[in-house]
Ligand binder design. Structure first.
Ligand code: PGA
Length: 267
């Protein structure tokens, strides 16, 4: 019989606090980042209920580390190696990120999974590397438009999660983050509807809860894919949506501030 995480359990675990993650993707430079971060800090320092994380390309992580210290904004990377150490030219390990204070890392973003042929198995290894080194993984899961139209979204996402569960059990999802990112919604301007997001977030929470209720109650589930200032509130108030992963609209401070304010309101 499947179990669901009770609202009380969610509140106690701090899940009532929303999380908004800015995914800058391959954008920015030293000067632009400096300006954008100053705008973020000025606009977001008043938020009490919402946690903000910025994920930038590797070369700029040191800049984030420096400019975001003593602020309420955390930072993270957009990818890590699936291996711990060794002859893997061009890769960056979880231990290296941890070495200079990185807290979060995006794992399995569809832009990587597609362009660099990352399999569910590779992504599971990366997720585990992050956990083993004390980083909080933000695991991206989602279906293509063809899969949605064929009604296969639960099957696809179930398999992505099962690959991790089969190797490490569902307990590994405690204090982790999953971002539901329908591939057809990323960068297209066509976000999922609140009803679509609600159904998939419930599916993800219940799937983990059916094996490990405690882990499910300590898991944050974000929505990602064309979040903008206009649709943010209606997506972020949905049950089991604990926050958002924001790409394009995080590159401009005013829009991002509105999304974060919507998250604060949705708490
Ligand atoms: P988008 O990107 O907000 O530009 O659609 C979201 C994501 O890649 O997670």
């Amino acid at each position: 019989m499947s179990q669901t995480a009770s609202p009380d359990l969610l509140k106690k675990s701090g899940l009532a606090k929303k999380l908004v993650v800015a995914n800058w993707k391959m954008h920015g430079n030293l000067e632009k980042n400096k300006v954008l971060l100053a705008q973020y800090i000025a606009a977001l320092s008043g938020l009490k209920q919402t946690k903000i994380v910025v994920c930038a390309p590797y070369p700029y992580l040191a800049q984030l580390q420096q400019l975001l210290q003593h602020t309420n904004i955390s930072w993270g990377a957009q990818n890590i190696a699936k291996n711990a150490e060794g002859a893997y030219t061009g890769e960056v390990s979880a231990a290296m990120l941890k070495d200079f204070g990185c807290e979060y890392v995006i794992v399995g973003h569809s832009e990587r999974a597609t362009a660099y042929c990352e399999s569910d198995e590779n992504i599971a290894q990366k997720f585990v590397q992050a956990k083993q080194h004390g980083l909080t993984p933000i695991l991206c899961v989602g279906e293509t438009l063809i899969e949605r139209e064929a009604g296969l979204m639960e099957l696809v996402i179930g398999k992505q999660l099962d690959t991790i569960i089969a190797q490490h059990g569902a307990a590994i999802f405690a204090d982790s983050i999953i971002s539901y990112e329908p591939i057809w919604a990323i960068g297209t301007g066509l976000a999922a509807t609140p009803i679509q997001a609600q159904a998939m977030h419930k599916f993800i929470r219940n799937k983990i809860a059916s094996i490990d209720k405690e882990a499910a109650s300590r898991l944050k589930i974000l929505y990602g894919g064309s979040i903008n200032p206009q649709n943010a509130l209606q997506l972020l108030v949905v049950s089991n949506v604990d926050g958002g992963l924001v790409g394009k609209c995080s590159l401009e401070a005013q829009g991002f501030e509105k999304i974060c304010a919507a998250a604060d309101m949705a708490n």
